[in-house]
Design a protein. Structure first.
Length: 167
């Protein structure tokens, strides 16, 4: 099996879990922050959604230069907006990972801000850390926000304490 298809199997499994979590985001609490330095619930949920789209930047492109472009986070205002964006980005990731050649994973990738280089590493390490581990990190943060808001958590790797299964 190709590296792309190996990653794709993991992406699809995790996308289903991410979608369950995004589906319970209460937009009436969009401005909630557990701490003054924290992102708002809306910003964090949007960021979790955006990460699914990073396969193009981290695998098809050879670098990310923050000094070019004018990135602005998408303005998502409902759970439906989150889910639609997530589904679209999963579809795009599926296409990329279905078509990418194994050789692409060995190529170097650089994150920079103009002349300042933050790091260069093989794309296989970039997609593991920035497309997957980064998603898991922020998805975990999102579960804490939801727990603090008393939102029942969906099971992602099995039942949760909210599933009323006698646990």
């Amino acid at each position: 099996m190709s590296l792309g298809k190996t990653f794709l199997a993991e992406v699809l499994q995790e996308a289903a879990s991410t979608r369950k979590l995004l589906a319970v985001i209460p937009f009436d609490k969009a401005d909630f922050k557990p701490h003054e330095k924290s992102m708002s619930l809306k910003r964090l949920a949007t960021h979790v959604t955006e990460i699914t789209g990073w396969w193009k930047e981290c695998l098809i492109q050879d670098e990310l230069d923050f000094s070019v472009g004018d990135y602005k986070p998408k303005e998502l205002n409902s759970t439906e907006d989150l889910l639609a964006m997530h589904d679209d980005l999963v579809e795009k990731a599926t296409k990329i990972l279905s078509e990418v050649a194994d050789e692409e994973f060995a190529k170097p990738w650089t994150m920079r801000n103009g002349e300042q280089i933050y790091f260069t590493m093989p794309k296989v390490a970039v997609v593991r850390t920035w497309c997957l581990n980064h998603l898991f990190h922020h998805r975990g943060q999102l579960t804490v926000y939801l727990r603090l808001l008393n939102v029942p958590l969906p099971g992602m790797y099995g039942p949760t304490a909210d599933d009323n299964q006698g646990m």
